[in-house]
Design a protein around this ligand. Structure first.
Ligand code: BDR
Ligand code: CA
Length: 310
């Protein structure tokens, strides 16, 4: 459909990644889905991306990506997403194998074939960093790298670091220094967009399989976050990065200079945002600060209600 942004969704499904795939299928032209090791290992994230493709019955290539971070040891979040990544939702074994086992080549090729794509990474930045190493000019050919990761105020793995950046801080460092037009949709933003039991009921009420799956994912996301600061709801991190591309009016961002800490004893994986105003270093990034949460949730729910294949 004309007018929709064309994106590559680089993901580690992942409960909120799965909702991001549904959101992207409705509001963007999905050029490809690439998988990366993150919330769970690469076998599971790739299989889950394929499962979501089957569920939505969409004709989008899925490319398997990096099985480990650039330097660090693999770091997963099974306690947040379940042992296999999609909570306790049982989806059929995927119909097909991945279209390739080289997500990096797929990103390089797609961005050479077409200027103006948006890369939307919502997992660790390993594939994106490797693609930029293979072809640094990607930074000039893409419309944006709009990533879910980091934040302006603090972390969730440590006090300083958010999961996607912490899991491959060296990759994130390379991406933030690449010169690409980056938008960082971090925790300070995504914590504003929360889904609760009422949203899960709404999804169930759609009366189709995608709605049922989404409802289970939302319920699980609430349950694993029940000990957090705002019980009864869970942040929908990854769909926010998709919406920042498809509906930029919903997510307000401002230019800032951001660096990734790779060495700090207490701050490894932190995205340090320069907030000094006139004293700041030249911006290398847009930082998302404010969501129209009501509208963002409407768009996510509409994407679930009107999902392809229902
Ligand atoms: C990010 O980490 C992952 O667990 C989620 O899928 C999201 O991409 C939030 O910190
Ligand atoms: Ca993710």
């Amino acid at each position: 459909m004309a007018g929709r942004p064309r994106i590559i969704l680089d993901c580690d499904p992942g409960v909120d990644d799965a909702i991001a795939i549904i959101t992207a299928a409705r509001w963007t032209d999905l050029v490809a889905i690439t998988s990366v090791s993150g919330n769970v290992g690469i076998e599971h994230t790739t299989a889950n991306a394929l499962r979501m493709r089957d569920l939505l019955d969409i004709d989008v290539p899925v490319h398997r990506g990096a099985e480990r971070p650039l330097v660090a040891e693999p770091f997963h979040a099974r306690h947040v997403h379940g042992m296999t990544g999609l909570a306790d939702v049982e989806l059929p074994v995927p119909d097909l194998e991945p279209d390739s086992h080289d997500a990096v080549a797929a990103i390089v090729d797609a961005t050479r074939a077409e200027e103006g794509l948006h890369l939307v990474p919502v997992g660790p930045l390993t594939n994106i960093a490797l693609a930029l190493r293979a072809d640094p000019a990607i930074s000039r050919r893409v419309a944006s790298i709009t990533l879910m990761g980091g934040g302006a105020t603090g972390g969730n793995v440590t006090a300083a670091a958010e999961f996607n950046i912490y899991a491959d801080a060296e990759a994130a460092d390379e991406v933030f220094r690449s010169g690409a037009p980056i938008t960082m949709v971090g925790l300070n933003l995504t914590h504003q967009v929360r889904m609760d039991a009422g949203h899960a009921d709404t999804c169930r009420g759609f009366g189709h399989r995608v709605g049922d799956v989404a409802a289970k994912l939302v319920d699980y996301n609430i349950s694993v976050h029940r000990g957090g600061g705002r019980p009864g709801s869970g942040a929908m991190h990854d769909p926010c990065a998709v919406l920042a591309v498809s509906h930029p009016e919903v997510i307000r961002s401002e230019p800032r200079h951001v660096v990734v800490e790779v060495d700090g004893a207490h701050t490894r994986g932190q995205t340090l945002v320069d907030e000094r105003g006139r004293m700041s270093v030249e911006p290398n990034c847009r930082v998302a600060y404010e969501a129209d949460a009501g509208r963002a949730l409407e768009l996510i729910l509409q994407a679930i209600r009107e999902a392809p294949g229902v």
